[in-house]
Design a protein around this ligand. Structure first.
Ligand code: ADP
Length: 568
């Protein structure tokens, strides 16, 4: 139940942290987008204003044109070759606008596309119409456009205007004059546009008024898209690039080939926000990592402590059980002898052996517990002196082999050198090797061979203890040197142990300036490697009391540089 609550709380906290982070990031992006969009909308409104002002400049001279009586034009032109007075005033007003270079009038029955046609041109100085056949060629296009459009409009009965306007791109403004009573076209007024004036004196100043390059970071271009030419800009330093353009605005029905294009470069408030935005994201990222790290760390250490507590409780139960077993045997045997129930010398010997063996077992256990306690408090004493590792190993094997043999295992020992001098505490080496051999026996199925191999390295000696047992899987291998750690599988479960042996091995190897490493493959076997640094001293100084015994007890096969011996 507790486990469920712990995991649920961890998951809930994780979800809460992630949700809060996601919300924050979303909000930051949202604020940024809103700010950018707001800023861009403002700029776009200004661009619209530029286009609108240009259109106003073009239309301004025509103000009041719609209210004129146009019907008298036909008669007046036919009779005097001039406009009626009212109309003349308005047309002179148009002709006086510097945007227009000239004003022409084409009666409805004249086709300006035909060569040699006579149309009227307004003489600006005299404000009079003169017949001429010298007019710009594109006048034919302008009149053609407005004629087609006006004819369509005349078929539309809802049409209530006496004029109809069409632009021939940026070249001319053409007005169809309509007789509303007779539903017919009177003629066409064409005002040719002064392109240079329009660009340099109308559009450029408008752009600069709204987009002063010293105040804005937006770049505006007047672009002739048909010819891909930039006609005006507020910032000559930034070349026109179509990929940079974010919005475009046209001039309504005027100047069909031209439009205004804008690129929003970051302005000060957006740049400032970008800096804050990056800072926010970085701080948020760090905080989240920190929070997650702390959460995982707390959870992990709590789990670990729980596991250790559990292991210690198991250990205590285990130890108590282990201590009680030999004690019970000793107690029963002692009681039987004391009561005088056992008198036969053979039985007495048997009981004595039992008591002896069990007290050895008890002693071993107590030693082990003391080892753990000492290494826990860092009070393990070391009595190091130079020793020949080869002889130490031989000696220990000689003591261990009966136990291994009893369980159906043999020990094979080979060595590259019989002069491996190291500075160690021999009692420690005995504990270390006994533990490793004991494990190799415990975790291998009989019959099997346990290989011990002494090899020479650059700066010392390796002692490998290799078995062909159950091996240790990758996930467990990093933990096996931890105190109380036992691999949870069927063979380990059946095998007695407290998870202390390897922790003692590692602690003692450290004290003796050596290291222990392990390589293992699941179901194939394990190799524990002990490394001892070489101790340089004269061989006569070597102190090994068991040297003679070892040599006598174990027969040596092979040479002194590579020898091997098997104890079965
Ligand atoms: P234990 O008293 O359980 O043997 P150790 O500290 O000696 O404690 O070993 C820790 C664990 O490492 C063991 O429980 C066992 O699962 C695993 N282990 C140790 N040596 C071997 C080996 N030679 N082969 C397979 N597993 C081993």
């Amino acid at each position: 139940m507790n486990k469920v609550i712990r995991w649920s709380l961890l998951s809930a906290s994780l979800i809460a942290i992630l949700t809060l982070t996601a919300m924050n990031v979303y909000m930051l992006y949202d604020v940024r987008d809103t700010l950018i969009q707001g800023e861009q909308k403002k700029q776009l409104a200004l661009l619209d204003e530029v286009a609108l002002n240009v259109r106003r400049t073009i239309y301004r001279p025509y103000r009041g044109f719609n209210t004129l009586e146009l019907e008298p034009i036909e008669g007046s032109i036919e009779e005097r070759g001039q406009f009626p007075e009212q109309v003349r005033e308005k047309i002179v007003q148009v002709a006086n606008s510097p945007v227009f270079s000239a004003v022409y009038y084409t009666p409805a029955n004249v086709d300006p596309c035909k060569e040699g046609s006579q149309i009227y041109e307004l003489d600006r100085k005299m404000s009079l119409l003169n017949l001429t056949n010298q007019y710009p060629q594109n006048l034919c296009d302008g009149v053609g456009l407005v004629r087609t459009k006006a004819r369509i409009e005349l078929n539309n009965f809802d049409y209530r205007w006496n004029t109809n306007t069409e632009f021939d791109a940026h070249r001319s403004m053409n007005i169809g004059l309509i007789n509303l009573h007779e539903n017919s076209i009177i003629g066409y007024l064409t005002a040719t546009i002064d392109r240079d004036y329009l660009i340099n004196e109308v559009i450029t100043p408008e752009i600069n008024q709204y987009f002063d390059s010293s105040k804005t970071t937006s770049v505006v271009w007047l672009h002739d898209w048909a010819n891909d030419v930039v006609l005006a800009t507020n910032n000559n330093e930034i070349p026109f690039q179509i990929e940079e353009v974010q919005q475009r605005v046209d001039f309504g029905r005027m100047f069909g080939n031209w439009n205004l294009k804008i690129a929003f470069l970051d302005n000060a408030s957006i740049s400032l926000y970008h800096a804050t935005f990056t800072k926010n994201i970085v701080v948020l990222g760090f905080s989240v990592i920190l929070l997650l790290g702390a959460l995982f760390y707390i959870f992990y250490t709590a789990q670990k402590e729980r596991r250790i507590l559990q292991q210690q409780a198991d250990f205590l139960a285990n130890v108590t059980h282990e201590l009680k077993t030999p004690l019970a045997v000793i107690q029963a045997a002692g009681e039987n002898i004391a009561d005088g129930r056992v008198t036969q010398p053979k039985r007495l010997k048997e009981y004595g052996t039992h008591i002896h063996q069990e007290s050895i077992r008890l002693n071993k256990m107590i030693e082990m517990l003391l080892d753990v306690a000492r290494s826990d408090y860092g009070t393990t004493l070391i009595h190091a002196s130079p020793h020949n590792l080869h002889l130490l190993v031989k000696n220990i094997i000689q003591q261990q082999h009966p136990l291994a043999k009893k369980k159906g295992h043999s020990i094979d020992y080979s060595y590259d050198s019989d002069k491996a001098i190291i500075l160690v505490d021999p009692d420690h080496i005995k504990i270390i090797l006994t533990n490793l051999i004991d494990n190799a026996v415990k975790y291998s199925k009989a019959p099997s061979t346990i290989y011990l191999q002494l090899s020479v390295t650059n700066d010392g000696f390796n002692l490998h203890v290799k078995d062909q047992g159950m091996g240790i899987s990758r996930s467990h291998i990093k933990n096996i040197f931890k105190k109380f750690y036992r691999v949870e599988d069927s063979l380990s479960a059946k095998t007695k142990g407290h998870g202390l042996g390897l922790s003692i091995v590692q602690g003692l190897m450290g004290l003796n300036k050596g290291t222990v490493t392990v390589k293992s493959e699941w179901q194939k076997g394990s190799t524990f490697t002990l490394f001892f640094p070489e101790y340089n001293m004269h061989p006569t100084e070597i102190n090994n009391p068991n040297q003679e015994d070892s040599v006598a007890l174990i027969s040596t096969r092979g040479t002194s540089t590579l020898a091997s011996e098997t104890i079965v």
